[in-house]
Design a protein around this ligand. Structure first.
Ligand SMILES: C[S@@+](CC[C@H](N)C(=O)[O-])C[C@H]1O[C@@H](n2cnc3c(N)ncnc32)[C@H](O)[C@@H]1O
Length: 255
């Protein structure tokens, strides 16, 4: 490598302003220095991820303003949600799912770590004249889910690292009322081949077997719907195209 190129590489400092768009970011090469020599290295998920506040910083709703398709299907079926249900939506993002549930008359709490996302969610709720939603900025690793508090918990594309995912799923099972439901859709590891959205690493994806293991917890939850499938996901600009997902409707067994 010629000295001028070497100089350019070793002087590139990562900066959130300089990050490319999320969809292209993971394809970029990055360099670091060890003993004053430049080395290429594969970014870890934490280093590579633009923050959620970065992603949500444009005025557009990057996952759209319409609800997730699976959530919409479940919410329109009276077997699953009774009127005025108390619902917790985790990783709520910019508010599309909470606003949909609020418009149906449910009492919703939407939680997300991104203050920018939650600000947009509040704006969306005002635009739709929905007042029965609480939005909270909180990291799920610190969040108090409560005990037997919710009729339903919603987790739509809320991809978490494995250790936190296990912790959160245990808290969800504890936090649901007996007979309460979990509505979940997530990308599977196969989604890495589709390249139409989702995290860049398999460990943050979900499989049906993995969810049975992490949510089953000795038989506390039964899956009334549980399938992995290919579907066209057209939900904003970051989730667009043929994708591989897992969908779960889990019900906490009554005592
Ligand atoms: C792919 S987005 C999905 C947003 C929304 N559920 C939707 O479908 O439109 C994932 C969301 O999870 C949130 N998230 C990720 N890790 C989180 C954590 N540890 N605590 C709270 N929110 C988190 C992000 O801020 C982001 O808004």
């Amino acid at each position: 490598m010629r000295p001028i190129f070497f100089f350019l590489f070793v002087n590139r400092k990562p900066s959130s302003r300089a990050l490319p768009a999320p969809s292209t970011y993971y394809k970029t090469r990055r360099f670091t220095t060890v003993n004053n020599r430049a080395h290429r290295f594969a970014p870890t998920a934490a280093m590579a991820m633009p923050t959620w506040n970065d992603r949500y910083s444009s005025s557009d709703y990057i996952y759209g303003t319409q609800p997730n398709e699976f959530l919409e299907y479940i919410s329109n079926d009276p077997r699953y949600l009774h009127p005025s249900s108390k619902i917790l939506s985790i990783g709520e993002g910019e508010g599309r799912n909470a606003v949909h549930l609020g418009k149906l008359g449910h009492f919703v709490t939407g939680v997300d770590a991104s203050s920018v996302g939650i600000e947009k969610a509040r704006k969306l709720a005002v635009e739709h004249g929905v007042t029965n939603i609480d939005f909270e900025v909180a990291d799920l690793s610190q969040y108090d889910f409560g005990t037997e508090k919710w009729d339903a918990v919603v987790s739509i594309f809320c991809h978490l690292p494995p250790q936190l995912r296990r912790q959160v799923y245990k808290q969800i099972v504890d936090a649901l009322k007996p007979g309460g439901i979990l509505i979940l859709e997530a990308y599977t590891p196969k989604q890495l081949e589709y390249k139409t959205g989702g995290p860049p690493v398999a460990e943050m994806m979900c499989t049906l077997d993995g969810l049975r293991d992490e949510l089953g917890l000795g038989g506390w939850m039964e899956f009334e719907i549980g399938e992995e499938k290919e579907r066209s996901v057209v939900e904003g600009t970051l989730h667009t195209g043929l994708a591989h997902v897992v969908q779960v409707l889990g019900r906490k067994k009554p005592h």
